[in-house]
Design a binder for this molecule. Sequence first.
Ligand code: DGI
Ligand code: FE
Ligand code: FE
Length: 197
Amino acid sequence: MALSREELIRAVSAQMPAKRWKHTQGVMESAVALAEKYGADPEKADVAAILHDVAKYWPIAEMEAIIRDHNNRLNVELLTHDKQLWHSEVGAFVAERDYGVSDSEIINAIRWHTSGRVGMSLLDKVVCLADYIEPGRDFPGVEHIREQAHRSLEEGLIAGFDSTISLLLSQRRVIYPLTVLSRNDLIAQLKIMEVGS
Ligand code: DGI
Ligand code: FE
Ligand code: FE
């Protein structure tokens, strides 16, 4: 049984500190606005935004157990990468298992909100970009991402992934290859759109 929106908000907000819930509310606002601007379903964007960071504050061992126990459906290879990447995979799983979300577009938008993927759906793009530009975000370069987001979802996301990749490079951290592939795919999508117009 799917929960009502109010029940969902209560259950999700109880799993995170106030600051992270405030971020989630910002993502809800930005995701709905981007959905309206770019023709995605605002109600799906809202539900995906509510749930996108549901597992962000779960104990590492619990996230690891879920990914291991469901390695037939989940990407167990993620466990060899930065732990920061696990919450999106686990979040998508618990959205379905614990909160009765059955819509695969919503599940995918949660699942791919951190790394993106090659061939991101419209809803994937909306939620991932909203996560970068929500009103509470205040990191160096966020204004540039917001400006690019006015031009297109793809330009906004390229700017977003570029900022993540630059940050990881500057900190000598490992880059998850899918983040690079997602960024390259968005550039390819823009080239195809240019040729087509
Ligand atoms: O959960 P949020 O903080 O709202 O944002 P997110 O889901 O985009 O998580 C980003 C975190 O993941 C950030 O601390 C950087 C970290 N991370 C580590 N390696 C990578 C990475 N993010 C991406 N996209 N790609 C990586 O290779
Ligand atoms: Fe996240
Ligand atoms: Fe987030």
